[in-house]
Design a protein around this ligand. Sequence first.
Ligand code: C2E
Ligand code: MG
Ligand code: MG
Length: 778
Amino acid sequence: MSRKDVEQAAARSPGQDRVGRVGLVGAGVVVAVEAFWLVLGLPAGALVSDLGALTAAGWAAVACVAAARRHPVTLRRFWLLLAVTMALSLAGRALWTSQRLLGERLPHTLPIGLIFAASLLTGTAALFCWTTAPRTTVGRARTLLDGVIVGLALIPIGWLLIFRNVSLADLDEPLRTAGLLYPMFDLMQLTILVAVVGPGRPVWRPMALLGVSLTVRAVADTVYVSLVAAGTYQPGTPVDVLWPLSYLLIVVATRMSPPRDHGAAEEVGEVGEAPLPQWWRVVLPYLPVGGAIVATMLARDASGHTPMPIFLAMMALLATLALRQGLAANENLRLVVQLRKLAYVDQLTGLPNRLAFTRRLRGALRGTNRVAVLLLDLDGFKQVNDRFGHTTGDTLLSGLSRRMRRAVGDDGMIARIGGDEFAVLVTDGRPLAPERLAERLLAALQPSPGEELVGVHPSASIGIAEYGPQHISHTDLLRDADIAMYAAKAAGKSAYRRCTQGLRESAVSRAELIADLRRAVDEEQLHLEFQPIVDLATGAVRSAEALVRWRHPRLGVLSPARFLPLAEETGLILPIDRWVIHEACRAAATWQDRVPSATVAVNIAASHLRRPDLIATVTEATAGAGLAPRALTLELTESALIEGSDAVLDRLGQLRELGIRIAIDDFGTGYSSLSYLHRIPATELKIDRSFVARIPEDARAYATVEMVTRLAGAFDLGVVAEGVETERQHDAVAAIGCVQGQGYRYGRPTALAELRAVLAKADPPGVSGVAESGLTLT
Ligand code: C2E
Ligand code: MG
Ligand code: MG
């Protein structure tokens, strides 16, 4: 039921509203008059008391029917049952009054007893129709038993407090004795109400009023029972006003608007979502049991005998408790089964999860058969998440997992053990070679014709590890599969590898290298070398590229190729790049006195480009070094730029606005369409070394360099020919019209001090003044 329905149902016509208000005020006045009457002890108090109760009960019945019509359907049964309860109270009280007028003092007759018993049943049933009441039979039984426990526990307590000195013979008729149980039933209903209003949820005000009404009735019944037991009850004593008052409270409750969130309460599921009850609500039914035990001990007579009623009540209490415990134990078992299912199943794909997988793997390793594990990692899945969002990623994952499960079939157990990581356990007795299974898995991942995500072709890298029984721990087996999986990744996408001794050894040093790399930045093991970039026409050096080196404590100086891939994988590239940017800016600042127009180029990793803080890093570095932003060039590879989102383009635009220069590195290797050149605010292209290397003998390479140079001219971009090693290459690129060159022909990457010397030599005074245009074509 929607909120709108609730509001519509809650709306009442002005006419109805007036009648309701008048009725409430009328009933209120009647109860107030009765209260005065009885307190002042005016004549005919008994009759006034009867009339007051009849009026209030009658009006409450009418008001409940009205509420049933006005409120949402989900509350209809609740109000109707309450209306029946009030009507029964009215009938019982009417009968009582008539018999009393006929001369009986306390007419506890069978018809009246039956009517009150019926009202008890309907009242309790109404509570169970409340929107937050338990829905299952077990839940209802539990709540009912809680109520019964509290009611039964009250018997010994009541006995001790009220009846100890009353002999049973005084309570002549059995029906009158039964009437003495009213407080017990009140307490039972009150307990059920507390349980039903819902653990942890805000209590709807009318329900609270109903609780107060029940409490008032419990007080009235208790006082009544004690007075009767003491033989001092007179109809028309002030206590009598409490019954009509309890009915009046129900009338007030009907006047309130229905709860807003009861629709939501209905949706609360079985396990998990429902709020846990507060501890006191769980303990509540058992507190009176403690009281009952104490009362039973105190109630023993001089000879140590327990009075029969208490004995019977305690037996009944014990039986109820046993029943309740049985239910709870059963419920717990069911929950445990459910929780276990939750703990071992991946929620997204429905596959077994990592926990389930390792359990099965350990079990398999305890056996006598060979065990193989296939570890499967989806290639490029992170990009799918980044580009299309997690919902798409999730859809893709569950679709892929279905396919893989089908591919594995009965030949193994497939589990999802991480975000985009799956594992298959193959135990012996299944003669299939793990390699065949890997092939099947890779085939299953091939995009089918009608694939939903056009452009996203999921592939996977699979690592295989296989061992005889008891030769290896499950962690070692998984680690081996992991090593093989990385080897498969390195071999290119959509591949599988089996773990070998050689792989394991190289993986160990790889792990060590990663650990060492973590320390490298902090322990100042990195340093920069600078490679000059020269003006091809004059030979002047007005720029240099900063290239990072790692002086490894044991392995000596490592080139970027040795450690940057690891750094990219582990995210260590970010601190490294930041360090390089700062260091390069500081270095370039020392050149400014010699060559004011000198610039420094630094390489930026693709992952760094995706981070918004790149701008802050760059501005901090230039400002900190006192370097003008235009003296810094960021080199980005073509692939990093193509992968880039609109946010990346924005970032590049902002960098350009700051004055930072942007070079496209290794241009020509990215297999990209040239159309993206329009969108990227670059200032120069660096033609990849592979073209320059072939230029003298390969006409096509020559044509490519020529074309790129012209293209750059058209886009108003500077051009740098990379990797110029020989004189012939130099002549060729100069003839084509490249403005700048970089390569061993002009100088290898060197230490900062040596570069300063080159700068000073090649840039004679007078040239520096016009050198501003050094990087552009014009
Ligand atoms: P790159 O940006 O294309 O840098 C030029 C690479 O070519 C350098 O290799 C340089 O030493 C080499 N080189 C220069 N002239 C010649 C030549 O005439 N012949 C030959 N064969 N090679 C030449 P290096 O220093 O090993 O750097 C390799 C790559 O590592 C760089 O390629 C760059 O992509 C990356 N890299 C270097 N330093 C950093 C850094 O600080 N941060 C990031 N993110 N990447 C870096
Ligand atoms: Mg570079
Ligand atoms: Mg390059």
